[in-house]
Design a protein around this ligand. Structure first.
Ligand code: IPM
Ligand code: MG
Length: 366
């Protein structure tokens, strides 16, 4: 894909299910407010997840995938609905996420978690622990137990439960898979505080032992970055007990899924930080990274800030407009500082709705 250097950027907008559409609407509001003679977006909407199932009977319609592949970036809402839990694995809404990641070659998920000291009161942690947290979770996004083969159901052949049905997945990492994501993490560490903690479970897992060996090998090319290793369980504990100690945290797909959510909520809500899903092309996919929150969907209660920040990440990583990204990021922080919040965040004043927060961010842009 050629870099998006023109003024008009083609963006595939995939709202998805649950609160996806309403948080996407706020992000679009912000993008619309930034339009100028020097910056324009062509927003191309397509159904995904449960919306794809309803539209054409598939969670990732071919037309949606084609549109994503033909765009400069993808802005993604959320997918998933327990009503579809009984569908075959290929038809479950989550399959759309995995299909998009694979087809777009997105093998790393970058989630920055920052807690300015004056916003530490939003955190579920004691303020003195949360204040000043500034870490980046780099999660491998294409391998591990998510895609390792074989997987499925079979008959257990050994052990006390031989003869019974057995579900199985394969936790596997090839050298090249670890290499490419490790380089992304080391390069990011170089731009930050030059510290990288690689998370695995090398005490137990063969895939983790190879992971650790490859990451250690890559570190030789980054003598300026201090590498440490932590077991996943210990990393989870440290994330809660002493999150300010982390700079870059590099993890595999499954551990990263869990640690990414733990890290997110340190800010106060998984509705605050956003994720950039990247690969070797400039085109990335950008998302809030929270779920569909069906209990509050359509009620104007969801926090749109993570999705708005996803739009900022898109401007920075795929559209070559870090200046506009910074304006959005500053506007979001300004709105939080003013005490404006959705109801899941603590605070004295009245909670605001999704639309009102979107409007407040737009107002803070100028
Ligand atoms: C995420 C989600 C997905 C994942 C699910 C919905 C497949 O939890 O983006 O973190 O596990 O990667
Ligand atoms: Mg997850």
């Amino acid at each position: 894909m050629s870099p998006s250097t023109s003024r008009r950027h083609a963006i595939a907008v995939l709202p998805g299910d649950g609160i996806g559409p309403e948080v996407i609407r706020q992000a679009v509001k912000v993008l619309d407010a930034l339009r100028s003679p020097a910056f324009d977006v062509e927003l191309r909407y397509a159904p995904v997840g449960g919306a794809g199932l309803e539209a054409v009977g598939h969670p990732l319609p071919q037309a949606t995938l084609d549109l994503a592949l033909a765009s400069n970036a993808v802005l993604f809402g959320a997918v998933g609905d327990p009503r579809h839990d009984s569908l075959a694995p290929e038809l479950r809404p989550e399959k759309a996420i995995l299909g998009l990641r694979r087809s777009l070659g997105l093998f790393a998920c970058l989630k920055a978690i920052t807690i300015p000291p004056d916003l530490a009161h939003l955190s579920p942690l004691k303020s003195e622990r949360a204040a000043g947290v500034d870490l980046l979770v780099v999660r491998e996004l294409d391998g591990d137990a998510y895609t390792g083969q074989p997987k499925g159901e079979r008959t257990a052949t050994s052990g006390p439960f031989a003869g019974q049905r057995e579900g199985h997945d394969s936790m596997a990492y090839a050298e090249g898979e670890v290499l490419r994501v490790a380089h992304i993490a080391f390069q990011a560490a170089r731009q930050r505080r030059q510290r990288l903690c690689s998370v695995d479970k090398a005490s137990v897992l063969a895939s983790s032992r190879l992971w650790r060996e490859v990451v250690t090998g890559v570190s030789a090319g980054y003598p300026d970055v201090a590498l440490t290793h932590a077991y996943a369980d210990n990393a989870a504990m440290q994330l809660v007990a002493n999150p300010a100690a982390f700079d870059v945290l590099l993890t595999g797909n499954l551990f990263g899924d869990i640690l990414g959510d733990v890290a997110s909520v340190l800010t106060g809500s998984i509705g605050l930080p956003a994720s950039a899903l990247v690969g070797s092309a400039r085109r990335g996919m950008f998302e809030a990274g929270h779920g569909t929150a069906l209990d509050i969907a359509g009620k104007n209660l969801a926090n749109p800030m993570a999705c708005i920040r996803a739009a900022a990440l898109m401007l920075r990583h795929s559209l070559g407009r870090p200046d506009l990204a910074t304006r959005i990021d500053n506007a979001v922080v300004q709105v939080l500082r003013a005490g404006h919040r959705t109801r899941e965040l603590p605070g004295a004043g009245a909670a605001m709705g999704t639309e009102a927060i979107g409007d407040a961010v737009v107002a803070a842009l100028s």
